[in-house]
Design a binder for this molecule. Structure first.
Ligand SMILES: Nc1ncnc2c1ncn2[C@@H]1O[C@H](COP(=O)(O)OP(=O)(O)OP(=O)(O)O)[C@@H](O)[C@H]1O
Ligand SMILES: [Mg+2]
Length: 481
């Protein structure tokens, strides 16, 4: 995200002055600005008194710091020469802001130490040019999710673990300004009449914000960072998410045009897995992707990406996944990749899988491979309520080749729990056989999940198909270890 933002701020001279004023000014101050500006925290030389700003920590220092920041920021806005700022690039503006902040501190005779001065300068630069207190988190490449739970509390996820940060906002209004800045930058709005918004930032990160009255304790925002350098199959093996044998099989399934459903819970790594397996699609195939928020990062030369559109404020203009899947079918795709199948589009996707678009893939929200198929059945029944259950199951059984079950375990690690082949029907029931499985044996004292992934010993039917596509797997791959 940050890369994109700093690129944008480097292009400042292309932004008309009204919007520059808006960008420099509006994002920063909460509604309490004027109140805090006159608050008696000013410290002049000679006064024995508390320091205007101390390192953030205790609640009083923290408040004094916020007040000082708000006051300096406001003074700065009066002082800034927008005309000449227009001609500067992002780095020059930062430099200019630093000089102005230092001059103001000097004029106001504020007593702060060097570290505090640096922090204040950086925070004000972040307010004016970026997303305020979120900037340090956005700059940190190890942060994969940022979860703002009201202005008082921000969590991040690093390497699969949630951590509380010491980042806070001045107040609710300050957080609202930042949320507004983020969503308005991508042409969305959030206010009482539309209190929930989903947006994708220019760099691909996904943002969801929900505000009062729906969010009871104050505005809440969740950011799923987009990794410019997506995980690859080898990374997943290195992280212990699966064995090298499983990786080899998944790679083969991608090459051999097996229809795959990736099943898992929220944040379990479904999209990552879809991206990884799609990476093995042959470069001469035409791929059409359909997503709610485009996240897939396929490297092939021939990819057409489609993204749904939510209804506008009058409730018009919505374009659903189903409409896009139908449209994709008219685009002569070799494969259709559906980010997440959730509703009626399941019908069209299975149709595609059954009619010559082999090797199509989708993710789906379910906790076991069996449940994934049940969910598909439910989705189809929404689209075709009169279709008998057996006919639905036949469609599913003939369309889906393999279900890959992923999960985020209690220790935060993401694992492939199962690679299961769909083999057909027996009576009214879809038959499946598990080829690889993760067997949990216990939990270590530090919470680490113990266990091992292994082949089950069942030789899959797809092994033959893989061979016809030139993927020759060693027979021992399917033997239990
Ligand atoms: N095997 C893995 N090991 C480590 N990190 C992973 C793994 N798979 C995914 N991740 C990371 O976990 C986060 C969530 O992954 P991803 O977006 O693929 O999950 P998802 O199941 O699609 O989530 P959602 O339900 O929100 O769509 C990402 O930051 C991703 O980089
Ligand atoms: Mg996903």
């Amino acid at each position: 995200m940050n890369r994109e933002l700093s690129k944008e701020s480097n292009d400042m001279n292309m932004i008309p002055s009204a919007s520059l004023r808006e960008r420099l000014g509006s994002a920063a101050l909460g509604s309490s600005t004027s109140k805090t500006a006159s608050a008696p925290t000013r410290v002049t030389t000679g006064a024995p008194a508390p320091r205007a700003a101390a390192v953030r920590g205790g609640p009083i220092d923290n408040r004094a710091y916020h007040q000082l920041k708000a006051r300096i920021h406001e003074a700065l806005l009066d002082r800034i020469d927008l005309e000449s700022m227009q001609r500067l690039n992002g780095d020059q503006i930062r430099q200019e802001l630093r000089l102005l902040v230092e001059r103001l501190l000097e004029e106001e005779m504020v007593v702060i130490n060097d570290a505090e001065r640096k922090m204040l300068t950086r925070d004000i630069q972040n307010e004016m040019l970026g997303f305020g207190p979120l900037e340090p988190l956005l700059e940190d490449p190890t942060v994969s999710d940022i979860l703002v739970n009201t202005h008082k509390q921000v969590y991040v996820e690093r390497r699969g673990k949630l951590e509380l940060t010491d980042v806070t906002f001045n107040d609710e209004a300050h957080l609202m300004k930042i949320i507004d800045k983020i969503v308005s930058r991508v042409g969305r709005r959030i206010d009482e009449s539309s209190p929930m918004v989903d947006a994708r930032l220019p760099d691909g990160s996904r943002v969801n914000a929900i505000i009062p009255p729906l969010a009871i304790d104050g505005a809440v925002m969740s950011i799923r960072r987009f990794s410019a350098d997506p995980l690859r199959l080898a990374d997943l093996v290195a992280y212990g998410s699966m064995t090298a044998d499983m990786a080899e099989v998944l790679q083969g399934l991608g090459k051999a045009k097996v229809n795959i459903v990736i099943s898992g819970g929220t944040g379990s790594g479904k999209t990552t897995m879809l991206n990884v397996i799609s990476g093995f699609i042959n470069h001469n195939e035409r791929i059409v992707t359909v997503e709610d928020a485009a996240e897939l990062q396929l490297q092939q030369p021939h990819v057409v990406r489609l993204e749904t559109r939510p209804a506008n404020i009058e409730g018009k203009g919505e374009v659903t996944q189903r409409a896009l899947v139908k449209n994709a079918l008219r685009m002569r795709p070799d494969r259709i990749i559906l980010g997440e199948v959730r509703g009626e589009e399941a019908m069209d996707m299975l149709g595609a899988m059954n009619t010559g678009h082999e090797g199509s893939m989708a993710t789906l929200h379910a906790n076991t491979p069996r449940e994934a198929l049940t969910r598909l059945e439910n989705m189809i029944s929404m689209a075709a309520p009169n279709l008998p259950p057996k006919a639905m199951r036949q469609q599913i059984a003939s369309a889906v080749g393999v279900v890959v079950q992923v999960s985020r375990l209690t220790d935060g690690k993401r694992k492939v729990l199962s690679i299961t082949e769909v083999t057909g029907m027996e009576g009214d029931v879809i038959t499946m056989q598990e080829i690889f499985t993760f067997r949990q044996t216990g939990v270590a004292d530090d919470g680490t999940v113990l266990g091992q992934a292994t082949a089950t010993g069942v030789r899959p039917h797809f092994a033959e198909r893989l061979r016809t596509f030139g993927v020759n797997l060693a027979p021992h791959i399917f033997e239990p270890r």
